[in-house]
Design a binder for this molecule. Structure first.
Ligand code: ZN
Ligand code: ZN
Ligand code: ZN
Length: 377
């Protein structure tokens, strides 16, 4: 398959990274933190543009504190990579050499207090810091600053929209390809190829849940041969230019039964109602409640067994979560999925998912393929 060219988005600037780091310091102070410690992963990519080629036992850590220059501590052999990161000019870079102990150096950047730390920081590194600073304590960043990456700027929104359009193009192609008589894994491989062809550099998931497998929301794709009459859940996404896509459509192989049509219709109405509820100030849990109310009224409340949605950005699953108990109000620039589903154990499942961006007065879908039940061959 040949690759479809897509225009590269403008690069993020040093001012973009500086702005993100400044905002994080301000919200850390508001949250009562002395600062944040960030190890390689999505937070570091978002704050600095730095993505080490391998995440290893050698300590790499960004420290953000009020009154201190943003400082990235790296192994000396990785210094050239760090210096070429997109946001490097907004940083002070320090290094440590093999054979020396990096933890006293890192500890001098942190000092005393209560710090946010990347969820994915290795225990090795956290324990190394704790030995140096026994009275300093840490909290996972998704708990102390859950909305750190949640509000997207214009460039981020443009990348998310482009990733969504690429996923839509993949869906447009896959429904013209054969389903009956092929394994789920064959269709999943086609979907992965299409995502790459339309510009994704990374495929995160290609769920193909046919017939009874569609009733298990965690099913990826297996060796089951797809049959005529099957409902098939297609849920796929990944990263394009560093930003995520994630969309789901449920198709039917040949003529659907009245029951498949009915369940599909309920899910479609739930998705639409939740989308129409999106506007600034509405809480995340309200989006979940609106979708759930439609499904419960139709008698399928017990069969909608997951939250309604999740945020998306430099990862395909992140805060904010559209779930009961999440009182966070929506803010323009937040991006998340709305993906209600109904799962009839042993028979079939239906899910419809779009990514939605919060605008000044409502929501905008970043997936725009038809919500109707597509009939495939
Ligand atoms: Zn590109
Ligand atoms: Zn999905
Ligand atoms: Zn999703």
């Amino acid at each position: 398959m040949t690759s479809t060219q897509h225009p590269s988005p403008p690069a993020f600037t040093s001012a973009d990274y500086r702005g993100r780091m400044d905002r994080v310091v301000r919200s850390a102070v508001e949250a009562g933190l002395a600062g944040v410690a960030v190890t390689p992963g999505p937070d570091l990519v978002w704050l600095t543009g730095y993505r080490p080629t391998a995440i290893t036992e050698r300590l790499t850590m960004l420290v953000l504190r009020p009154g201190q220059e943003p400082t990235l501590l790296v192994p000396v052999l990785e210094r050239p990579d760090a210096e070429s990161a997109e946001g490097a000019s907004a940083l002070t870079i320090m290094d440590w050499a093999d054979g020396t102990d990096p933890y006293p150096v890192a500890a001098a950047l942190l000092e005393q207090g209560h710090f946010g730390i990347s969820d994915s920081a290795w225990a090795l590194h956290l324990l190394g810091l704790q030995r140096q600073l026994p009275s300093t304590d840490y909290e996972p960043l998704t708990e102390c600053l859950p909305m750190m990456r949640a509000v997207k700027d214009g460039n981020e929104l443009a990348r998310l929209a482009a990733a969504g359009a690429a996923a839509d193009a993949a869906y447009g192609e896959i429904i013209g390809m054969p389903f009956a008589g092929r394994r789920e894994t064959d269709v999943a491989a086609d979907l992965a190829g299409l995502l790459r062809r339309f510009g994704h550099e990374q495929v995160d998931f290609t769920v193909v849940g046919s017939g009874p497998n569609g009733a298990n929301p965690h099913h990826e794709a297996g060796s089951r041969v797809i049959e005529r009459g099957d409902a098939v859940v297609l849920d796929f996404g990944g990263l394009m230019d560093g930003y995520g896509s994630d969309t789901t459509r449920t198709v039917c192989v040949g003529e659907p039964t009245p029951e498949i049509r009915k369940v599909h219709d309920v899910v479609r109405q739930a998705q639409q109602a939740a989308f129409e509820a999106v506007r600034p100030g509405v809480s995340c849990q309200e989006i979940d409640r609106v979708a759930r109310a439609v499904i419960t009224r139709a008698g399928f409340g017990e069969q909608f067994i997951h939250r309604t949605g999740h945020g998306i950005g430099v990862t395909t699953h992140e805060p904010p979560y559209m779930v009961e108990g999440e009182g966070q109000p929506l803010v323009p620039g937040m991006c998340f999925s709305i993906e209600p589903g109904i799962y009839l154990a042993g028979r079939f499942g239906v899910r419809i998912e779009d990514i939605v961006a919060v605008t000044d007065d409502g929501g905008q879908r970043l997936n725009n393929t038809d919500h109707g039940l597509a009939i495939v061959e």
